[in-house]
Design a protein around this ligand. Structure first.
Ligand code: SF4
Length: 277
């Protein structure tokens, strides 16, 4: 079977940077810990654990005096707690995520009610909301936006870095039609944008799409949504072992894309397995 890999797929700048930081630090520090998973890919996190990099739930669980903050950022108070505990902090937060924190802090200081367009339970969104302070809200969908009375409000809007521009645009449009004043920053990162565009272009050309990446990865879930919207059968998998041969029965060409935290070796394994079928 022919497998076409999307032009843009797999590990992004921010994830590469985070992995480089951790690998360099792991050589110097035995028992290095990351606060939560470094990136949203369970296989990579497992691989790091095998190299001795532990995942801890709180600053208090750190043993070797060094803590790595994850690529999707942490709330400011968590950073403060690590400083107060006297830990050396390796901040692997992606600069694009940091940029969103700066934007919401500025908006909040200027008196805007901050809206974060994103998934309420996602750690990146929780940290952004924390940086925005009390006068902020997370909006996950157009329906969410419709349930708020925006009239007379001064609203500053940002996006989770991994949202789709369509969802961001519809929420901004609705709020702008009701609020007194709106400032909106499209903070979707270029890696997300490029992977989404490539998936959107590839999906209609193939008989099925395979989207590879962590089930806890927001950007991978968005890629799967985009592929499903194009109408082709779409399979979101983490590894090649999940592939069922009957998914591709009678097919000649399938497409393959991968989230921004999916390493090359997993993409290659999936490609190879599909080609064998
Ligand atoms: S997906 Fe974007 S924001 Fe997230 S780590 Fe990659 S480059 Fe940074």
């Amino acid at each position: 079977m022919k497998v076409i890999v999307a032009d843009q797929a797999g590990v992004c700048f921010g994830v590469k940077r985070a992995l480089n930081l951790v690998n360099a630090e792991a050589e110097k520090c035995e028992g290095l810990a990351t606060l939560g998973p470094l990136i949203h890919n369970p296989q990579v996190v497992q691989d790091l654990e095998q190299k001795g990099v532990r995942v801890v739930k709180s600053v208090g669980d750190v043993q070797c005096g060094v803590i790595v903050m994850p690529s999707h950022g942490v709330p400011r108070d968590v950073m403060k707690a690590a400083e107060n505990a006297g830990l050396k902090i390796v901040d692997a937060a992606c600069p694009f995520v940091e940029n969103v924190h700066c934007k919401v802090e500025t908006l909040a200081a200027e008196g805007y009610m901050v809206v974060v367009v994103g998934d309420a339970g996602h750690s990146e969104v929780k940290a952004i909301k924390n940086a925005a302070g009390e006068n902020s809200v997370v909006i996950s969908s157009l329906e969410d936006a419709q349930s708020v009375d925006w009239s007379g409000k001064k609203v500053g809007i940002v996006s989770q870095t991994t949202q789709t521009p369509e969802r961001f645009g519809e929420v901004v449009g609705l709020i702008a039609s009701q609020a007194k004043e709106v400032v909106a920053y499209n903070t979707i990162c270029y890696a997300t944008h490029d992977r989404q565009s490539a998936a959107r272009e590839l999906a209609p050309q193939v008989e099925a799409m395979f989207v590879v990446g962590g089930r806890n990865s927001a950007n991978t879930n968005r890629l799967a949504e985009i592929c499903r919207e194009s109408g082709v059968p779409t399979y979101h998998i983490e590894t090649s072992s999940e592939i069922q041969p009957d998914w591709v029965n009678g097919m000649e060409t399938v497409g393959l894309t991968a989230g921004a935290s999916t390493p090359e070796w997993i993409i290659e394994e999936v490609k190879k397995r599909l080609e064998e079928l």
